[in-house]
Structures are given as C-alpha cells and as structure tokens.
Design a protein around this ligand. Structure first.
Ligand SMILES: Nc1ncnc2c1ncn2[C@@H]1O[C@H](COP(=O)(O)OP(=O)(O)OP(=O)(O)O)[C@@H](O)[C@H]1O
Ligand SMILES: [Mg+2]
Length: 347
C-alpha cells in the first residue's frame, strides 16, 4: 500500500510561488541587456538613461527589475531600492519608504521637501538604482512632483514600471523631458517560452512522474502569455491532483486549476485597489456592459445607498482607466457621437 508521502505531488511548493526569485530568467536576455546598457553609466557616475518598463500582466516586469537591482547591488556594490507604488501611492509615502529602507536618521517626521533634501544629502554623488513598480498607481495629482523630485537626485538611475505608456504620456512636458526614459516593452510570452519556464519549475517543484510536457503545453496555451497565471495554474493543478489522490496531473486538473488561478488573480488585483474601484468593478460586472455616463450615475446611486462620499468625476475617470490597465475590464469607444466609452468585464 502506498504511504502518504508517495501520494504527494507538490514536493517543493515554494518554487511555484509568485515571491520565488528564479535563478534563471527565460527568454528575456535581450531585454535584460538593453536595461543594463541604459543604466550602467551610473556605475561611472555618468548620466544614465532611465528605463520605462511596460507590458501586460505576468510578462516579467517586476522580476527583471528586481534581478537588475540585485545584480547592481551584488556585482557593483551599488545601493538601490524597490518601491511598489500600489503600496506607497503618495510622494510622501515613497520618500518615507526610501528613508526607512536606507535607514536615514531623523528624517521620518519631516515634510516632503525636507525628506527629499535629507535623501539627496545622504546619497551625495554615490550611484543609486531605484525601481518604481506600478508607477501608474501613484496618486495622479502627485505623479509629476514625485517623478521630478526623485530625478533631481544626482547619479540616480530609475526603472519605472507600468502596464502601458499612458502614465508617461500624461506627465507634464517638463517632467517628461527631464526623465526622458527609454521605453522597453515586454511582450506576452509565447506558448513555447512558457513551456520552458514551466518545465524548469516543474522539475524542481513536482514529483517527476506526475507531469509531462503535454500537460505543460496545455497550461501554456491557457495562460495566454501570462507567466504568473501559468505558474499558478500548475500549482493549483498539482494541488487538485493531490486532493484526488491521483498519481498524475490530468487535463481536468489543469482546467480547474486555471479557473481558480484566474479568480485568484482577479481578487488579488481588486484587493489592491480602493473600495471605489471595487464598487465600479462590481457594477460593470453586474450590468455586463455600460456606457460611461451610465456607470457614473449607477456609481453615484450606489454611494448614496452606502452612505459614502463619491469621488470627483476626474478621479472616477482615473479609476476606470486603472481598472482597464490592470486588465480587469475592457474599455471601448462607443459608436455614438462624442467621447462616450463602453465598459465591459473581462472573463
Ligand atoms: N522570464 C521568466 N523566467 C522565469 N520566471 C518568470 C519569467 N517571467 C516571469 N516569471 C515569473 O512569473 C511571475 C510573474 O512575473 P512578474 O511578477 O515579474 O510579472 P509582471 O510583469 O510584473 O506582472 P504584473 O503586471 O502583474 O505586475 C513571477 O512569479 C515570475 O517569477
Ligand atoms: Mg509586477
């Protein structure tokens, strides 16, 4: 009779977690080189080309930026920091996080300008690499001041990350010309690239006899270029196979694993947004399709019912755009005169 350990498929679950930093980055050699070429002048205290890294979900933006940050730290002893603007949305919070990460004393209580001054003094002319992830989620009215302020630090190289380029194009001209970044786009992975990535992880995470390349190909097809979705699907499928006490992962496990993974991804995205984003998303989901004016009216009505203060109409548009950039909804121009837009959820 097989023992419990024989029935285990997921031998090393860590390897399939989103937080796991893989030793090897697949299919992005050219992009890594391009980013290094842009930023390496900071090592010689020359002005680098900042990088604006963009692309759809799960294309490796965060992974590449973190990898380069580690490389600069370890190989060149360069200090650096990673900030997720979804977590730190204001100029003040970003500076606060930098000050904490760099352990700059007596700067915590200061106002924004004084914090920046302390930071500039602390770094002096030393090279510094900063990753500003999810920069499209920084509070819109503070983005110009934030990006301009940070660019005044001598010998700083910045990797800005966003899903698209609309945040860059809506910056004030003086900020855009000041930071003047090189835009590098990461395309969705092709199925065979995802298969290579999945194979490497499966070899390290799963029992050898539990999977085969055909299963991985099926996952790669379902993931549609999104590496996170592919890895999460593999993990879920392995979990489900274990629960079924099956010796192998089957197509049925993959299908169900993929469904769960898309739900997890959506909930994860929604959790990181504000309650007003969630109200808007739920309204679009409930109605299936809405014109922007209709969405606005329904939103106001819902806020009244809930006893909440609605956001201003400009913020409403920003939030709708954010839902679009995170890939939670589709936005189309309606076939009606004027700038009417249609919102739909993505299934
Ligand atoms: N080229 C790659 N080789 C190995 N693993 C990868 C590669 N690209 C992505 N991954 C893995 O896929 C997952 C998603 O990657 P990452 O978080 O970098 O995507 P992203 O583009 O930042 O997505 P989002 O837009 O949702 O923030 C991570 O677990 C990462 O380790
Ligand atoms: Mg990311």
């Amino acid at each position: 009779m097989p023992s419990a350990s024989d029935e285990r498929i997921l031998l090393n679950p860590e390897v399939l977690r989103d937080s796991h930093l893989p030793d090897y980055i697949f299919s992005r050699e050219n992009e890594v080189q391009e980013i290094l070429n842009c930023l390496s002048p900071v090592l010689k205290k020359r002005r680098p080309m900042h990088v604006w890294l963009h692309g759809p979900v799960g294309t490796g933006k965060t992974l590449l930026a973190r990898h380069i940050l580690e490389r600069f730290k370890q190989q060149h002893d360069i200090s650096g920091a990673y900030i997720n603007c979804w977590e730190r949305r204001t100029y003040f919070e970003v500076l606060d996080s930098l000050i904490t990460q760099l352990r700059i004393l007596r700067a915590e209580q200061q106002r924004t300008n004084l914090k920046l001054e302390k930071l500039r003094k602390f770094l002096g002319t030393s090279p510094f690499l900063l990753v500003l992830d999810e920069v499209d989620h920084a509070v819109p009215r503070e983005r110009n001041a934030l990006l301009y302020g940070l660019s005044t630090i001598p010998n700083i190289g910045v990797i800005y990350i966003s899903s698209g380029l609309s945040t860059l194009s809506t910056l004030e001209q003086r900020v855009r010309s000041r930071i003047n970044p090189m835009a590098i786009r990461l395309e969705p992975y092709k199925p065979d690239e995802l298969v290579l990535m999945l194979k490497d992880r499966a070899e390290r995470a799963l029992k050898q006899s539990s999977w085969n390349v055909i299963i991985l190909q099926r996952i790669a097809d379902l993931a549609q270029g999104d590496a996170r979705l592919a890895l999460q699907t593999l993990r879920n499928a392995a979990d489900l196979a274990e629960l079924d006490v099956s010796a192998t992962i089957t197509h049925r496990h993959v299908r169900r694993g993929w469904h769960n993974a898309t739900d997890i991804e959506r909930n994860h995205l929604l959790q990181n947004l504000t309650e007003d984003h969630r109200i808007l998303y739920r309204l679009i989901k409930r109605e299936g399709e809405l014109l922007s004016g209709e969405l606005w009216k329904l939103y106001l009505r819902t806020c009244r019912k809930l006893g909440r203060k609605p956001v201003a109409v400009r913020t409403f548009s920003d939030y709708a755009n954010e839902l679009k950039h995170t890939g939670l909804i589709h936005v189309e121009r309606a076939r009606v005169k004027g700038r009417v837009r249609v919102f739909k959820t993505i299934d």
